[in-house]
Design a protein around this ligand. Structure first.
Ligand code: ADP
Length: 612
């Protein structure tokens, strides 16, 4: 805090460091001027008391005079104000006590002034505690002497030294000036500190409002980015669905072998693109904090079978063994949780396992590691015998848009979003995912999830295959399609014409409600996002109709929207079921069949989300 200077320096400015606080600056200045004044005053008093032959006063004044000179020099050489203050106070206190008890044997005005001076000095220079100690060390002897004199108990064999008027006046004057120096310096320091504080607080306020502005702007731009991504992804999904749908249609229309091959490539690429768009959409949704977890009933065995159904085929097509092992303890249990999210997490892990394994096997396990009466802890594990991951890259692979290496990107493609989504989905539920991997040997991803258990016993849903056998002719079914997108309409028409169905088309929800009012339909396929009136509202209107036949018409929602919260909303608006675009023709066929047979059926807890 202070600068080093030569021994012969006498200037205070030279020893004052730049970063000194206002209060410390005031302390040093006060010491400097106070010691200088004390030095001259004590010189005068010393001369006076020597002249008057006061031995003890001469000694105490002399000691104080020499101390003032030495400390002044010390201050201008090494301005260690705490040490100097203590030394001044020790010398001052000893001199004061000796004066009171021995030299003058009295508490006169000058003594009282000296005590006040010591009190002010010790409090301002050293703070409360030392201030209190030095004050008491000076006040108590003065009071003690007064009490002893009052009770006539004070006897000392030395005659008191009486100073003459001149000395008293000089001493009194010096004390007043010293008190004034102390108070004025501290007052100035106080005012300066106060002004500085005010300025800082004003600056702070300015900065806070700037910061808030920046935060608001950042928030807005982040919202705009999310909005943009979401709109773009949705806009991309719609034509992509049409491409996939058309490819499906053409493949089922007996194409030549070379055409079939081209169509398969087309379908595969469009499907790939769709999953990338879905990943971006999902990641965006998670990042923007809009994700809400469901808490609905489901059965783990059924869910896992559903997730692995398509994956088994993919693995087998690659020549890999695929094994699903779900704890038999979970067979009859109905759990509460978010099957859509679990699907997304496990599906991503399995897709990676298959993608990064050239030979060997992929195994998926869901093991019940703890079963209390109303909750179970399930350990999920996805293991492969693939390329593995280097230890140093294990953390990185969970970062968005990050893959293990450039060659991974080149060889396997992908966006690097899958594991980022998995990690975030788990983190949002307070779960940590673990990876065990050895390059060249394989990887295992594991995590634990806790589920509350319902008191219900799970009953598997009737097999839909049987339905197809019972009735595979839908040509008599009267279908109303509410859909605004002409390409999708064309697609649906072509698909339904294969089953001998000629549907009626409504270009928005309002028109669909009108048509239901005046026409007769067996089933409605309802797009959800439409102009004028959306699918949810249209379904609600239909369910409100007085004619029970009309209000009870089975409705299947057609949704292109990403996988979030759609299930519940479809259910809440009274629709029986939904298919995600691009829907698989068989899936739609089976759902129509099912509803024709059991018109009041709707997806219950036993239904699991459609695998993306
Ligand atoms: P993507 O699969 O689109 O590349 P992910 O986020 O799913 O993105 O995975 C990130 C990276 O982690 C992958 O690119 C790959 O390098 C590595 N990885 C993930 N799963 C496995 C696995 N089972 N075996 C080997 N490497 C894997």
């Amino acid at each position: 805090m202070t600068k080093k200077v030569g021994f012969f320096n006498l200037s205070l400015r030279r020893v004052l460091a730049d970063g000194l606080s206002i209060l410390d600056g005031a302390r040093l200045r006060m010491l400097y001027y106070g010691l200088a004044l004390a030095f001259f005053t004590l010189f005068v008093i010393l001369a006076d008391v020597l002249y008057q032959h006061h031995v003890i006063l001469s000694i105490t004044t002399g000691v104080m005079f020499v101390s003032a000179a030495v400390l002044f020099k010390f201050l201008t050489y090494r301005p260690r104000w705490t040490l100097i203050s203590h030394l001044i106070l020790i010398v001052g206190t000893i001199a004061n006590v000796v004066d009171i008890f021995v030299a003058i044997q009295n508490v006169d005005v000058v003594t009282a002034e000296v005590i006040i001076l010591i009190m002010l000095f010790s409090f301002y220079m050293l703070g409360q505690k030392p201030g209190l100690i030095y004050s008491l060390l000076n006040i108590v002897p003065a009071l003690a002497l007064m009490l002893l004199q009052y009770s006539n108990n004070y006897v000392i064999p030395l005659k008191p030294e009486k100073v003459d008027q001149n000395t008293s006046i000089v001493a009194m004057f010096a004390c007043f000036v010293l008190i004034a120096i102390i108070i004025s310096h501290f007052y100035n320091a106080f005012i300066k500190t106060f002004t500085e504080l005010k300025e800082t607080s004003e600056k702070q306020n300015g900065l806070t409002s700037e910061f808030e502005d920046a935060m608001r702007k950042a928030q807005k731009s982040s919202e705009a980015k999310s909005e943009f991504l979401s709109t773009m992804s949705h806009e991309i999904r719609t034509p992509l669905n049409a491409v996939i749908g058309m490819s499906n249609l053409l493949i089922t229309g007996n194409p030549r072998p070379d055409q079939r091959e081209n169509l398969e490539v087309l379908k595969f690429s469009a499907g790939n693109l769709l999953s990338i768009v879905n990943d971006v959409l999902d990641f965006n949704k998670i990042e923007s904090g809009k994700l809400i977890f469901e808490n609905i009933k489901f059965n783990m065995v059924e869910l896992m079978q559903n997730i692995c159904g398509g994956q088994t085929l993919t693995a087998h097509a690659k020549g890999l063994a695929f094994k699903l092992d779900v704890d038999s303890g979970l067979n009859r249990k109905v759990l509460f949780g978010d099957p859509t999210r679990i699907t997304q997490i496990v599906f991503n892990l399995i897709s990676n396992a298959i993608k990064f394994t050239a030979e060997g096997s992929v195994s998926v396990r869901a093991t019940c590691i703890e079963d209390r009466h109303n909750q179970v802890t399930v350990n999920f594990a996805v293991k492969d015998t693939g390329i593995g991951i280097d230890q140093s890259r294990l953390d990185l692979i969970f970062e968005p848009f990050t893959q293990e290496s450039i060659s991974t990107t080149r060889q396997y493609g992908g966006t690097g979003l899958g594991l980022a989504i998995v990690k975030r989905l788990l983190e949002l539920q307070g779960i940590k995912i673990k990876v065990n991997s050895t390059p060249g040997t394989g990887s295992e991803f594991t995590f634990n999830m806790i589920f509350p258990v319902s008191t219900e016993i799970y009953e598997p849903a009737p097999k839909q295959q049987q339905l197809a056998e019972d009735n595979d002719n839908l040509s008599a079914v009267r279908i109303l399609i509410a859909e605004d997108n002409p390409v999708n309409v064309m697609l649906m028409k072509k698909l339904l014409s294969k089953w001998g169905i000629t549907p009626t088309i409504a270009e928005n929800g309002e028109r669909a409600v009108e048509l239901v009012q005046y026409g007769n339909f067996d089933i409605i396929l309802m797009d959800l996002q439409m102009p004028v009136m959306n699918g949810f509202d249209a379904a609600k209107e239909i369910r409100k109709m007085r004619d029970h036949q009309k209000s009870g018409i089975p409705i299947i929602a057609l949704t292109a929207s990403a996988l979030f919260d759609i299930r519940e909303r479809v259910h809440d608006s009274g629709m029986n079921d939904y298919v995600s675009k691009p829907f698989k023709p068989n899936e739609l066929f089976e759902k129509i069949q099912m509803l024709m047979k059991f018109p009041t059926s709707s997806f219950k807890f036993s239904d699991t989300p459609v695998v993306p």
